[in-house]
Design a protein around this ligand. Structure first.
Ligand SMILES: [Zn+2]
Length: 220
């Protein structure tokens, strides 16, 4: 991928030989961040990362957490800022709703209309439960004809490791992904692919085994 134009062909995360940089959006508590400053800050980070050789910018945790209680305009700010570095920009939308909307009820249609003309190359649903992504993916597909995808949060729950302290190799916490086994996650991924997803990966709580389980789905 050498230009800003991203192919609309199937592009699965497991097959990507790219250095994707996720730029986490400042969370709501960052009330001191003003939007012009935010634009400047993100653009500065994007230029540094582009100079370091990354392939794709991924401003994420957008669409839910906001600086000024305006999720959609924050998405525009982030996309424009990251695009200034001249690389493809995928927008990562967090905490999407099981009602099929963004976290606070805005529709995907509304979001895509607002982003028309802005340099965005794909939309990914992220850090949301698999069921929430399944509820939103059809609406996203209907609203946007560019590349779409998802990487879910499988319970950001950590349990204290009972074996902690017994050896230097034992971690303090162990991850608990509950019912979302790698096999189950692959079933969700297959559903998203049927719904039109072209990029699939994992966010919080996913393990190397979850990513491995996506293999047969994304590379049948
Ligand atoms: Zn996450």
């Amino acid at each position: 991928m050498t230009s800003r134009t991203v192919s609309r062909g199937i592009l699965f995360l497991s097959a990507m030989v790219l250095f994707v940089v996720a730029l986490n959006f400042p969370i709501a508590q960052s009330t001191a961040v003003d939007v012009p400053d935010l634009r400047e800050e993100l653009e500065g980070q994007a230029r540094v990362l582009a100079a370091a050789g990354v392939d794709v910018m991924l401003p994420e945790y957008l669409g839910g957490t906001t600086v000024h209680d305006k999720p959609i305009s924050d998405c525009i700010t982030a996309v424009d800022a990251c695009a200034a570095a001249g690389l493809p920009v995928f927008l990562g939308l967090c905490n999407v709703s099981e009602k099929g909307t963004l976290m606070r009820g805005e529709s995907f249609q509304e979001l895509v209309a607002a982003l028309k003309g802005h340099p965005m190359d794909g939309i990914l649903l992220m850090c949301s439960k698999p069921e929430e992504i399944s509820a939103c993916m059809p609406n996203l597909r209907k609203s946007y004809d560019g590349p779409i995808g998802a990487y879910a949060n499988l319970n950001y729950a950590y349990e204290k490791n009972p074996k902690w302290g017994s050896s230097p190799d034992e971690p303090l916490n162990v991850l608990d992904f509950g019912e979302y086994t790698p096999k189950r996650y692959a079933e969700f991924a297959d559903q998203w692919k049927e719904m039109g997803a072209q990029i699939i990966g994992g966010c919080c709580g996913t393990t190397p085994e979850h990513i491995e389980a996506l293999g047969p789905v994304v590379k049948p």
